[in-house]
Write a protein that binds this ligand. Structure first.
Ligand code: GDP
Length: 432
């Protein structure tokens, strides 16, 4: 059986999944996205050229690799076309290599408007969404009034009925303006025609690909702590970013997933609202933000920064069955006098070792830190563990112990080449 693996975020997103997926892609025939929308933002540097991908898997940068957008993803056709056109301008042709599930739901032109309105109505309790209409598209999906990619390519009268119903649901929410369904319908027909060559049965394609013994990589967007079920609800995304999303979002059986690689930063960041136990403020937070360039790839928003939280990563490892970690951005910690790891939470009821469901408990939790000496010699660009300063090696070893997972990959810079893949690790075996 082929070694198909899932690569997903073990923290609150922006862990550098794009770089890790890009690095591993040459060992896979297919890369498949299973959830999320164009709120994701993967930044990949290839030969000094910067590519920012939102919807199409970053595997597209490798000639010959097929990229899949699964049914669990919500697709904004205009965002998709823009990405396809931008890639074409950079010399990357998606035709013949992009497959979009006919069952994927669409982000409709007014979902963005609903997103902005819903955030404004929440006031103080806003989620901090990217305002791209992702949440409202998933709401329509679950509310059973969504419009799917296949609906654009089938019976036109049925589509007209669906659009009429969906637009009237929109008009019931936004009373200030009334939207006419007809122009929406006509626009959707045109979108469908442009998408037609890329649309197909993703589950069938993957099943055949795997039966031929070819390797598939399942690519997660956002991350476990943003998962709609297992994340810090309600400050989460609207889909299953954790491993369960692979099966539902692509139509593949659990046994297809032979390994799970969790991606975690050597510290913690989050964008948007919600508790972040190890959050730092002041000079140190600024230092991490600047040297890690912690600004959202999709929105440019500054990310909140904190120390590595092993409670979070242990929790992610349990939820996803993480076999190994890719530890990214170690170089960002270069030059700090000491580094801290959160190993538990202090609460009024004693110490917590496990991540709590109740956000109030999380917000009140004080991190219990272990402090380790920092390193002055740079880790930047290291490609072997023995090139790392001893203090950095010790930091990684301690992270592995308290997180309960091996760091099979250590990333020491944004370029593909600035990476350590431990030769005797499970990842080395997967890609052998
Ligand atoms: P993703 O959504 O998980 O792919 O994360 P983002 O693309 O939003 O953020 C990752 C950013 O960190 C990108 O700009 C990467 O080029 C960069 N990056 C990835 N790995 C490393 C690393 O090891 N060191 C440094 N300094 N930057 C990295």
């Amino acid at each position: 059986m082929s070694t198909n693996i899932a690569v997903l975020g073990a923290q609150w997103g922006d862990e550098g999944k794009g770089k890790i997926v890009d690095l591993l892609t040459p060992h896979f025939s297919t890369v498949a996205r299973y959830q999320g929308g164009h709120n994701a933002g993967h930044t990949v540097y290839v030969d000094g050229r910067k590519f920012v991908l939102h919807l199409i898997p970053s595997g597209i940068l490798h000639p010959g690799v097929t990229c899949i957008i699964g049914n669990g993803v919500v697709v904004d056709p205009q965002a998709l076309f823009k990405e396809v056109d931008d890639l074409a301008r950079m010399g990357v042709d998606v035709n013949g290599r992009l497959l979009i599930s006919e069952k994927a739901h669409l982000i409709l032109p007014y979902h963005r408007e609903l997103d902005v309105l819903s955030e404004a109505r929440r006031g103080e309790r806003k989620i901090g969404t990217t305002s791209r209409g992702i949440g409202p598209a998933y709401e329509d999906k679950i509310g059973r009034r969504g419009i799917r990619v296949c609906d654009l390519l089938g019976d036109r009268d049925a589509l007209a009925d669906d659009v009429r119903e969906n637009v009237s649901a929109r008009n019931r929410i936004i009373k200030e303006t009334t939207l006419d369904w007809k122009p929406v319908y006509e626009q959707l027909l045109a979108f469908g025609e442009r998408m037609r060559p890329w649309v197909g049965d993703v589950s069938l394609f993957l099943s055949r690909t795997m039966a031929e013994g070819k390797r598939v990589m399942f690519e997660g967007a956002q991350a476990t702590l943003l998962d709609i079920d297992h994340g810090t609800y309600p400050f989460v995304t609207s889909s299953n970013a954790s491993v369960g999303g692979v099966c539902t979002g692509l139509g593949v059986p659990p046994r297809a997933i032979r390994g799970v690689l969790g991606v975690a930063k050597a510290y913690t960041t989050r964008v948007g609202e919600g508790p972040l136990p190890t959050e730092l403020s002041g000079e140190l937070a600024e230092r991490l933000r600047e040297s890690g360039q912690e600004y959202g790839a999709s929105t440019g928003r500054p990310r909140r920064c904190g120390w590595y939280d092993a409670v979070v990563v242990r929790y992610s490892a349990r939820i996803n069955g993480i076999d190994a970690l890719a530890l990214t951005k170690l170089d960002v910690l270069d030059g700090l006098p000491d580094v801290k790891i959160c190993v538990g939470y202090r609460t009024t009821n004693g110490t917590l070792d496990e991540f709590p469901a109740d956000l109030r408990a999380l917000a009140a939790a004080e991190p219990c830190y272990e402090t380790l000496p920092g390193w002055s010699r740079p880790t930047k660009g290291a490609t072997r563990v023995d090139q790392l300063p001893l203090e950095a090696q010790r930091y990684i070893r301690r992270l592995e112990e308290v997180s309960g997972v091996e760091c099979a990959i250590v990333s020491t810079g944004s370029d593909r080449t600035e990476t350590i893949v431990k030769p005797d690790s499970v990842v080395a075996r997967w890609i052998d």
